[in-house]
Design a protein around this ligand. Structure first.
Ligand code: NAD
Ligand code: GLY
Length: 377
């Protein structure tokens, strides 16, 4: 792909999972055509929309409800509080009880309208209620549009850690309207952008070069650039999920580039507003690139290139930007060993072989890692 060109988006990506396969549709204004998209696809005309209180106060919910009603679909809307705290047993139970009103049957579709919190929570309810209800994702944050709405991971958090209770439950369709991002706070947009850059770094150097040229447009509201960046991200995720749906073959683990560091930063900052997931991923990707450099896989200038790009788009790139003292190396190591991706105390990293090609390794030299944690870039 030429870095200079914005390729026209085709508007559709197939997630190739046989009888569980589905289309991800991406188009500005799609929210107003949601009824047409779904009317012939779903097993009945009944849907329960699950959204959060912030989304319920935007124009997006009435737009969606109006479009579904125009196509003869009957909806009921259940609203949960906004924020990560809603991925809890308590809110999950309330949501299930609210959905289980008279009239619900196994053909009733659960539709998630919102960010990754609503998508994960509503998707898990869809997986569990009546042993599995049809599910549709309408993601409205950049993170949800390029990552959490595609691939079927659903779930909630436990005392023991994030996302530890869940199920794989693929949606029947994903409807992405990039214009919904117009109301998303800049900080959330920037955090989601880290996952967009991740796809270029792990799979497509040409896409990363394109982002270096057009990333400002993606953040700034250029609808064509946004649609293209979302579509390319979804296409890469669809390909990876298609090859390794249940994360048993190794391919899907590549999506965790930067995440071994990121999960530790999030753990040490309490998974709160102080450091958003995507912000942690941005810093983590710079550190993982540098780890690849120090392990001898990459030329040193690659770290500069990754860091420069993320910085230009307003992302944090160093742990010292989160806390003045950074994070103590021993606390980082303890948090990394606790991560659910660690196995028998061995920490797994996704490293870069070159820009656009990633691999996993649990053989990182302990001294190299220790040095990077003590002197992060
Ligand atoms: P979020 O769902 O909390 O959304 C962030 C904030 O933006 C919320 O306050 C929300 O109400 C608000 N919002 C959403 N859309 C908006 C819009 N268009 N306009 C204005 N405000 C809007 O956060 P997120 O970053 O989307 O998702 C984070 C969650 O996703 C985490 O729980 C994470 O574990 C999960 N996740 C899941 C997967 C997966 O594969 N299932 C992958 C990555 C992340
Ligand atoms: N967000 C990582 C995955 O879907 O596998």
């Amino acid at each position: 792909m030429s870095a200079a060109m914005t390729m026209p988006a085709t508007g559709s990506v197939r997630v190739p999972l046989g009888e569980r396969g589905y289309d991800v549709r991406i188009a500005p204004g799609l929210l107003d055509r949601a009824g047409e998209e779904l009317a012939g696809l779903l097993p009945s005309d009944r849907l329960v929309i699950v959204t959060d209180q912030t989304m319920a106060a935007t124009p997006h919910l009435p737009r969606l409800e109006a479009s579904l009603a125009e196509s003869g679909l009957k909806t009921r809307t259940v609203t949960v509080p906004a924020g990560e705290a809603s991925k809890s047993f308590g809110v999950f139970a309330q949501l299930c009880e609210a959905v289980l009103e008279p009239g619900i049957d196994r053909k009733t579709t659960i539709l998630a309208l919102g960010g990754g919190v609503v998508g994960d929570l509503a998707g898990f309810a869809a997986a569990a209620l009546l042993r599995g209800l049809p599910f549709v994702q309408v993601p409205t944050t950049l993170l949800a549009q390029v990552d959490s709405s595609v691939g079927g991971k659903t779930g909630i958090n436990a005392q023991a850690g994030k996302n530890l209770v869940g199920a794989f439950h693929q949606p029947r369709r994903v409807l992405i309207d990039p214009t919904t991002l117009d109301t998303l706070p800049l900080r959330e947009l920037q955090a989601g952008y880290a996952e967009v850059a991740k796809y270029g770094l792990i799979r497509d150097a040409g896409f990363f070069a394109w982002l270096e040229e057009h990333g400002q447009g993606v953040i700034g509201g250029d609808q064509a650039a946004r649609a293209f960046a979302i579509e390319r991200s979804c296409a890469i995720k669809a390909e990876i999920v298609g090859d390794d749906e249940f994360e048993t073959k190794g391919g899907r683990a590549l999506l965790n580039f930067g995440h071994t560091f990121a999960h530790a930063y999030e753990n040490l900052t309490g998974y709160g507003n102080r450091l958003l997931h995507g912000e942690a991923v941005g810093i983590g990707m710079v550190q993982a690139t540098e780890l690849s450099v120090r392990a001898g896989h990459l030329p040193a200038e690659t770290t500069d290139r990754v860091r420069r790009h993320l910085r230009e788009l307003g992302l944090k790139t160093a742990p010292g930007e989160v806390t003045n003292q950074g994070f103590a190396a021993d606390a980082m190591l303890t948090a990394m060993r606790r991560d659910k991706k660690a196995s028998q105390g061995r920490i797994t990293f996704v490293l870069l072989q070159r820009l656009g090609q990633a691999f996993t390794s649990d053989q990182v030299d302990a001294a190299v890692l220790q040095d990077l944690l003590e002197r992060p870039v």
